[in-house]
Every structure is written in structure tokens, then in C-alpha cells.
Design a protein around this ligand. Structure first.
Ligand code: HEC
Ligand code: HEC
Length: 510
């Protein structure tokens, strides 16, 4: 852990997501929009369609401004943010792909120059030269996708690179081609959708209708290409491999993101078909804006899904989200984490929290862990730290030793409500109290009717047998010993016994 830790009140996830989604949105549009511009310019010049050419010139201004200013700003912002949030992950990406990045940035510079020349060249360059610059623009922009796609897909499916460490194995990894086709389709789709939006404001009626319709068809073509890319993803079958499927099943987010993605894509497809291709009359700016919103929603959900199923890794199978290398972390290991932290604050608990949990959690706020530990105690938390990696949520093992688990457990306990649950919730008793105890002390690893279900184990147990199980720790090194008070224990036992009564309700998985 050679980097200092950047502590901020912002949640890491939302900060990254906000900047990245905006950047991805703009940069895909930059590619698809470039292609749309040159192809449409060629057609308009052939037909000497002056209103259309005037529209394209206007579109290219909007386009140059948006891609250059917003694209470049958010692009630089991403480097800032990933460098601060995930310095080890960023270092690994730079180290692995240093020439890839150099090529990527070269393409970006060419893209920016060509976009400027294209915009300023409408009246100053001959048509042939102008279009040639447009093609240079599009080619440079698309080639930068060709490069960055290798790096983005590498993070999800590093493939043979994990064994060989070779540049090309990491670059042309199992999801490289599906993702390239999918993203190219998205570029075309976004280019068309933006053009529909801008064209909706063309004053001349005939030009507006024909331009909107053409751009709508363009967008739908992009949608078709994306569907082919998606189908290729499914064929590669890498995302259905066990580790991804399991994560997708255990978290709520991937399923939700998939639903949003499908809904947004369907709305966008139907919207383009109806308001651009079939009834271009009704295509006005607000309608176009709505289509752009659907596109943003679809894109955001897709990227969210990709990030979610990668948990707990930042580079799958190689580095965890908190920057710890998988091969250097052993669950329940004896190695000290503190010794590996170069910049210590003097507060060991805080350092341990920052370097183990903080990249994904705040105590309160973003993906807060306080609510999960309220009503427990230092002994429980330290015990649970030995088993964070077997909790329902996909998390890395705690990278420190037993002593450090105790330090971090005590540090967290000082910041949560460690009163017994019957004091936190006065008046709650019996089975209801037991349910709360179970939720606080067991459910992270044993959801009822879901992940790690233990109902079968307790099936024939009497109260004394359960008490015995809770009193000693024969189950697993990764399972905390029961450390609640007697009232909580009795309520928990009562609750567990209630599972086997006739009308016991099926509980939802945590
Ligand atoms: C931090 C994670 C964690 C917590 C919290 C936890 N357990 Fe476990 N538990 C485990 C692990 C790991 C095993 C071993 C599972 C295996 O070998 O399949 C286990 C095994 C068990 C088993 C026997 C094996 C089985 O799968 O049926 C029972 C019963 C059990 N736990 C009950 C509880 C109860 C009751 C609580 C709350 C008081 C609890 N556990 C809290 C991690 C945990
Ligand atoms: C790589 C990211 C990552 C790291 C690092 C991480 N967690 Fe988590 N954690 C998650 C995710 C994702 C969830 C699930 C959130 C959800 O269900 O939406 C989660 C959930 C939890 C839960 C709730 C489990 C439940 O459902 O009952 C606890 C408790 C928790 N984490 C504690 C910790 C602690 C303590 C650390 C540090 C030792 C840590 N986490 C490190 C990603 C991480």
C-alpha cells in the first residue's frame, strides 16, 4: 500500500459513477456523431442540399463543443478520480498497458485537432478536403475506442493474462470483440439520437422531417448493431461463468441494472421508431431530450451492471476493489496489513478501515456499514471480519492478522450503537427481538431462504442444542462466536425454533 489514502466525505462509488457515465456517454456520442456527420455531409453535397448542409454545420459546432469541452474535461477528471480513489488499480493499468495508453492519447489529440479543423473548415476548405478531415476525425475517435475497449474489458475478464502477464493476452481478452461490436453499435445509436435531437430544431419543415427521419433510421441501425454485440457477449458465455452469475444472484444491483437497461433500450428504440422514423412531425426538442435521457439511462445501467458483477474485484481475479492483490491476501492470515501501509495516520483503526473497507463503504453515508453493526459489539465485529469474504455480499478477505481484526473491530464498535437490541428497541421481545438479533448477527452470512441458508441444520434441534451451538465455535473459523447477552440469545433461539412451525413465513433473502 504505497499510496496515501484520500479521505473525503464523498462516497467513492457515486463520485466515480457520475463522472465516468458522463464521460462514456459523451465519448461514445463523439464517435457515432463523427460518422453521422461525414456520411450525411457526403449525401448532402451530392444533392447540393443547402439547408441540410447548414444543419450539419450547426450540428458540428454543438458536437465539437460537447466532445471537446465535456469529453476532455470528464476524461481528465476520470484520471484524477481513479488516481485518488484507486491508486493501486490505476498503477496496475498503467503498468500493464503503458503503450496502449500512449496510443490512446495520440488518437485523442488527433481527434481533437481534426474536430476543430472540421468545424472551422466548413467555408474555408474545399468539400473534398473537408470530408477527408471528417473521416480522419471519425477514424481517430473510433480507434481510441478500439484501444480503450481492450483496457476496460480487461478489468472484467483479464483471461489468459492472469497466467502470462502478456500485453496481448490482456488486451484481446475474452470479452474484447463482443464489447467492441456492442460499443460501436452504441456509438452509432447515440450519434443518431443526438442528431434527431438537434434536427428537431431545424426551422425549414421539409429539411427537418427528412433529417429527423434519416437520423432516426441511423439510430435504429446502431441499436441493431448493439443487439448483435450483446448476442456475441452471450455467446462468449463468459459472463455466465460461475463467479459472475453468483455475484449477480447475490446482489440486488445487477438485476436492477439489467431491468433498467432493457426498459431504457426498449423506450429508446420505440421512441426513435415512432417519433423520428414514423411521425417525424412530432419530433421537437423536448421529445429529443427525452430520447437522450433514455439513452443516458441505458448507458448508465449497462456500466453499472459491468461494475457490479466485477465485485469484489477492480481487476477480476487479480486485484480487489480496495487495492489489495488477490495473491497477497490470505483469509485468516498472519501477515500484518499495517506494516504494508506506507502512510500511517497514527490511528491504526482508521488506517485499517481505510485500506480494507473504505473504497466500498462509508461508516455512514455511501453503502453505510453502521446499520449492519448497530446492536452488536466489538467481539462480534472482530469475529465477522474473519469472515467478510464469506458474507452474502462479494467482498475481499480482510488482509490483516488477528490482532488487527481486533483493533479494527474495536474501532468500528466505538462508532456504532453497541447497546443490546432490546435497549435500542425497548418493548420489542420474543420472536420479534430474535428476528432483530438474527438480522444483526447472522443474516450477513446466512440469509433465510437464500445465500448460506441454515434452516436445514437446525431442523431437529431443541432449544438446548441451539444454545450449545451458539456457545461454542465449532462451525467455522470464519464465523463469529455468539457474543450477545442472555436476553438476546434466548430471543434468537425462540426465533430459530419458530422457523419450523406450521405457518412460518418464508423470509426474503437479505
Ligand atoms: C461472518 C460470517 C458468519 C456469521 C455472521 C455467522 N456465520 Fe454461521 N457460518 C459461517 C461459516 C463460514 C460457516 C461454515 C459454512 C460451511 O462450512 O458451509 C457457518 C456455519 C454455520 C452453521 C452450520 C453449517 C450450516 O451451513 O448449516 C450454522 C448452524 C450456523 N453457521 C449458524 C449461525 C448463526 C445462528 C449465526 C448468528 C448467531 C451465524 N451462523 C453467524 C459464517 C458465519
Ligand atoms: C470491493 C468492495 C468492498 C470492500 C472492500 C468491502 N465491502 Fe462490504 N460490501 C460490499 C458490497 C458490494 C456489499 C453489498 C451491498 C449491497 O447489498 O448492496 C457489502 C456489504 C457489506 C455488509 C453488509 C452485509 C449484509 O448484507 O448483511 C457489511 C457488514 C460489510 N459489507 C462490511 C465490510 C467491512 C467491515 C469491510 C472491510 C473489512 C468491507 N465490507 C469491505 C463491497 C465491499
Amino acid at each position: 500500500m504505497p499510496y496515501p489514502f484520500w479521505e473525503t466525505d464523498l462516497g467513492y462509488g457515486p463520485l466515480m459513477a457520475a463522472i465516468a457515465v458522463l464521460h462514456v456517454f459523451v465519448s461514445h456520442f463523439a464517435i457515432g456523431g463523427g460518422l453521422y456527420l461525414v456520411v450525411a455531409e457526403r449525401g448532402a453535397r451530392r444533392r447540393a442540399d443547402l439547408p441540410r448542409l447548414a444543419f450539419l454545420e450547426r450540428l458540428s459546432r454543438f458536437f465539437a463543443l460537447l466532445t471537446l469541452v465535456l469529453g476532455a474535461l470528464t476524461g481528465v477528471a476520470i484520471w484524477f478520480v481513479i488516481g485518488l480513489l484507486s491508486p493501486d488499480g490505476t498503477e496496475a493499468l498503467i503498468r500493464t498497458f503503458v503503450w496502449g495508453w500512449a496510443i490512446e492519447w495520440t488518437f485523442f489529440v488527433v481527434e481533437v485537432l481534426a474536430a476543430l479543423l472540421y468545424y472551422y473548415g466548413w467555408r474555408r476548405l474545399s468539400p473534398g478536403r473537408h470530408m477527408a478531415i471528417g473521416w480522419v476525425y471519425f477514424a481517430a475517435a473510433w480507434l481510441s475506442l478500439v484501444v480503450i475497449n481492450g483496457i476496460v474489458t480487461f478489468m472484467l475478464t483479464p483471461g489468459a493474462w492472469l497466467e502470462t502477464g502478456a500485453f496481448w493476452d490482456g488486451f484481446f481478452n475474452p470479452t474484447y470483440w463482443p464489447s467492441l461490436v456492442l460499443r460501436t453499435g452504441i456509438c452509432i445509436l447515440l450519434g443518431g439520437t443526438f442528431a434527431v435531437y438537434v434536427a428537431g430544431g431545424i426551422p425549414e419543415r421539409d429539411t427537418r422531417l427528412s433529417t429527423v427521419r434519416g437520423a432516426g433510421l441511423w439510430g435504429l441501425t446502431g441499436l441493431l448493431v448493439s443487439v448483435v454485440g450483446f448476442w456475441m457477449y452471450l455467446r462468449v458465455d463468459v459472463l455466465s461463468q460461475e463467479s459472475f452469475r453468483e455475484v449477480a444472484d447475490r446482489l440486488v444491483l445487477p438485476g436492477l441494472a439489467t431491468e433498467y437497461m432493457l426498459v431504457a433500450t426498449a423506450l429508446l428504440g420505440a421512441g426513435l421508431l415512432i417519433t423520428a422514423v414514423l411521425l417525424p412531425r412530432i419530433q421537437r426538442r423536448p421529445v429529443g431530450l427525452l430520447l437522450l435521457l433514455f439513452a443516458l439511462m441505458g448507458m448508465g445501467s449497462f456500466e453499472t451492471y459491468r461494475e457490479a458483477v466485477r465485485k469484489p474485484y477492480v481487476i477480476h481475479g487479480y486485484m480487489y476493489g480496495n487495492g489489495q492483490r488477490k495473491d497477497r491476501v490470505e483469509a485468516g492470515g498472519e501477515e500484518s496489513l499495517l506494516e504494508r501501509i506506507a502512510y500511517r495516520t497514527g490511528d491504526d483503526g482508521r488506517d485499517l478501515f481505510n485500506y480494507s473497507c473504505r473504497s466500498c463503504h462509508q461508516l455512514e453515508g455511501y453503502r453505510a456499514i453502521k446499520p449492519f453493526f448497530d446492536g452488536t459489539d466489538a467481539a462480534y465485529i472482530s469475529g465477522a471480519l474473519a469472515g467478510v469474504h464469506v458474507m452474502r455480499a462479494p467482498m475481499p478477505p480482510f488482509a490483516g492478522n488477528a490482532e488487527e481484526r481486533a483493533v479494527l473491530g474495536a474501532w468500528i464498535a466505538e462508532r456504532v450503537d453497541t447497546r443490546p437490541l432490546h435497549e435500542i428497541h425497548p418493548g420489542v421481545e420474543g420472536i420479534e427481538l430474535g428476528r432483530l438479533v438474527y438480522s444483526a448477527r447472522c443474516a450477513s452470512c446466512h440469509a433465510i431462504g437464500g445465500y448460506g441458508d441454515v434452516r436445514e441444520t437446525f431442523e431437529d434441534f431443541e432449544a438446548e442444542d441451539i444454545a450449545e451451538v451458539l456457545a461454542d465455535n465449532e462451525m467455522s473459523e470464519e464465523m463469529p462466536r455468539f457474543s450477545g447477552d442472555e436476553t438476546e440469545r434466548d430471543a434468537l433461539i425462540e426465533y430459530i425454533l419458530s422457523w419450523y412451525e406450521e405457518d412460518a413465513p418464508e423470509e426474503a433473502p437479505r
